[in-house]
Write a new protein. Structure first.
Ligand code: 5GP
Length: 190
């Protein structure tokens, strides 16, 4: 059995966590591998199956829940299920990597609960709900309805921040990148 570590980045949608995850993945010395989640939503923009997500039908997703194939899963938005397959962590650990997750706050805390000592759970905080709205609109990847759904969820998500090991305020992307890098680097050598 291998003993890699787990890095969780969680945040409300639009907080910039995906940008930070990509930044950390480019740092080869950290030796991180991205945990590809399963998702029941359709691919967006340039997203690729098996790279950004394992895109499943709702039916396929529910079958995997029944078969107990998930470490954690959640209906993040109505009929949009997301989850971490048990095989995914093992796949990355077997390849000698530490695992980095881009997942929602509940999923992030679940991972932390399952692997308390191996996990660094980071909460990425947007400067404000208004700023979040602006970012989601700029992204132009979701309908107005979906944006509103994501914003409605954000307040509850912000309230979970104190349960994380660290909070990064993403009001300046360069600072947030450096801060996340330093946190992860220190955790991996500890
Ligand atoms: P999006 O549709 O914007 O890609 O993701 C929606 C939300 O689902 C984001 O907050 C994302 O981090 C979260 N998410 C992605 N993968 C997982 C997962 O495996 N488990 C959980 N619990 N949430 C996930």
């Amino acid at each position: 059995m291998n003993t890699g570590k787990l890095i969780v980045l969680s945040a409300p949608s639009g907080s910039g966590k995906t940008t930070l995850v990509k930044h950390l993945l480019h740092k080869e010395e950290l030796s991180l591998g991205f945990s590809i989640s399963a998702a029941s939503r359709d691919p967006r923009g340039e997203e690729v199956n098996g790279k950004d997500y394992y895109f499943l039908s709702l039916r396929e997703f529910k079958d995997k829940i029944k078969a107990d194939e998930f470490l954690e899963w959640e209906e993040v938005y109505r009929d949009n299920f997301y989850g971490t397959l048990k095989t995914e962590i093992q796949r990355l650990w077997d390849s000698g990597k530490h695992v980095i997750f881009d997942i929602d706050v509940v999923g992030g805390l679940t991972i932390k609960n399952i692997y308390p000592d191996e996990t660094l759970a980071i909460f990425v905080k947007p400067p404000s709900i208004d700023e979040l709205k602006i970012r989601l609109k700029k992204r132009k990847t979701e309908s107005e309805d979906k944006i509103n759904m994501r914003i409605a969820k954000a307040s509850a998500e912000l309230a979970t921040a104190p349960q994380f090991d660290a909070i990064i305020m993403n009001d300046n992307l360069e600072h947030a990148k450096e801060e996340s890098y330093q946190l992860v680097r220190k955790f991996l050598v500890s």
